[in-house]
Design a binder for this molecule. Structure first.
Ligand code: C2O
Ligand code: CU
Length: 444
């Protein structure tokens, strides 16, 4: 029994009243001296929390909450004041997947000093990209994220998205505390129930914040995956009821469907072993009995879905620089201890290779997974366009900031070097990052 379970946390959307946006595209690239349109304060502190299951956890959390949500509108100048109350080793905030200026990226020792107890730091950035993102501390991240120093960053589009009426942010997390592995989820049987009227167009923003990749199955309605890692899919096709999709750690999918007159359930897991899995059940009328879990009927494949992304990377005849990164593992000493190590080209951080690029260049890299585990590779400050899988062109190139690479797979990805600075690129199984699997991207 693994005891590794998840927590789904649901927020109801706070919709601002509509009205056309007055933000012009040219206004989106202003400098950071413009006044903030929205301000938040996040206080990092230790907090005893009781999960819905009744389990008590010694959490470290922003504002003492499980996954606080920052909701802004595209074009807003966003200011977030981080205050560290009592997290001894210091904290930061990294805007996962959000392509902020380098100084705002929240990586201690690279883009800023760690924020110690009693100190604060003000983050400021223009919310240029709409979509589903999240944030977390990047100081000793494998421990701090596991303990709860994260939340969601939801950027509503400048022009109202009419493709849905109601939305829920669904964060799945696995708690590991002093008392060992803990899970948090809904009620006694692991279900969480939400009322939803038939005919409602529903959007679920599904965010995987725990270290392991996870399958999710939507059961009860045909659905579409409207966005991957915050980026909309063009003309997303209908996926049959029961199709599973897989999120690597840190990845997000927006799921949309029309609420039928029977319950719809988003559940974790691959099997029909209901006892081990978790679900959110949407229903109307009387609360249903726990629905039975069916095995997945198929698996979502982003490499042939919707219309292909089109950008400089997809149309490039040649790239300015090419890299190959082999993801592997071996045993060895690390920080004075004998460890199972996660390597890139045979090396562990800080001896791993660095992408050295010049601003304006088109960069191609191939990730080859020769290890026995999945590696959700996360590049800071840039989205990657996925061009090839296992040596073959994908039918529908798509954009990702966190690309899950399975054992034996290879992916060719490309990005435009358009955000100067010093960036990290690492496995978002944060335990793997903590034992070697970190690279850097440097502009020269
Ligand atoms: Cu979500 Cu470098 O992290
Ligand atoms: Cu990994």
């Amino acid at each position: 029994m693994s005891g590794l379970r998840g927590h789904a946390h649901v927020h109801h959307a706070v919709q601002r009243d509509g009205g056309a946006s007055t933000i012009e595209v040219s206004a989106l690239t202003g400098n950071l001296s413009a006044p903030a349109d929205v301000k938040f304060e996040l206080v990092a502190r230790r907090q005893q929390l009781t999960l819905a299951s009744g389990a008590k956890i010694s959490a470290w959390a922003y504002n003492g909450e499980i996954a606080p949500e920052l909701r802004v509108r595209q074009g807003d100048m966003v200011e977030v004041k981080l205050v560290n109350k009592d997290i001894d080793n210091g904290v930061t905030i990294h805007w996962h997947g959000y392509n902020v200026p380098n100084a705002m990226d929240g990586v201690p020792g690279i883009t800023q000093d760690v924020v110690k107890p009693g100190q604060s730091f003000v983050y400021k950035f223009r919310a240029e990209q709409e979509g589903s993102y999240w944030f977390h501390s990047h100081q000793q991240a494998s421990e701090q994220v596991a303990r709860g120093l994260f939340g969601s960053l939801i950027v509503e589009p400048a022009n109202k998205d009419k493709s849905y009426d109601e939305e829920l942010t669904v964060i799945q997390h696995r708690w590991e505390t002093d008392q060992g592995h803990r899970h948090a989820f809904g009620t006694e049987d692991g279900m969480q129930y939400e009322q939803m009227k038939p005919g409602t167009k529903v959007k679920l923003r599904v965010i995987n914040t725990h270290n392991l990749s996870q399958n999710y199955i939507l059961q009860g309605a045909d659905y579409r995956i409207a966005a991957i890692d915050g980026v909309r899919i063009r003309e997303p096709g209908l996926l049959p009821d029961g199709t599973a999709f897989r999120l690597g750690s840190g990845a997000r999918h927006d799921v949309v469907f029309t609420m039928p007159d029977h319950p719809v359930m988003l559940r974790t897991g691959d099997s029909n072993n209901g006892k081990k899995d978790l679900a959110i059940v949407l229903y109307s009328g009387a609360r249903p009995e726990a629905p039975s879990f069916e095995a997945a009927s198929g698996q979502f494949d982003p490499s042939r879905y919707g219309r292909p992304a089109e950008n400089e990377e997809t149309s490039a005849a040649a790239f300015d620089r090419e890299f190959e990164m082999i993801l592997g593992n071996r045993m060895g000493f690390y920080n004075g201890k004998f460890h199972f190590l996660w390597t890139v080209n045979g090396e562990v951080h800080p001896n791993t290779p660095t992408f050295v690029v010049k601003e304006g260049e088109l960069i191609k890299t191939t990730f080859v997974n020769k290890s026995l585990a999945e590696h959700p590779m996360h590049l800071h400050g840039h989205h990657m366009t996925v061009l090839k899988k296992n040596g073959k062109k994908v039918e529908t190139p798509w954009l990702a900031d966190t690309l899950n690479v399975h054992p034996g797979e290879s992916y060719e990805v490309a990005f435009k070097a358009n955000n100067p600075g010093m960036w990290m690129d690492h496995c978002h199984n944060l335990d793997h990052a903590a034992t070697g699997m970190i690279l850097h991207l440097m502009y020269d």
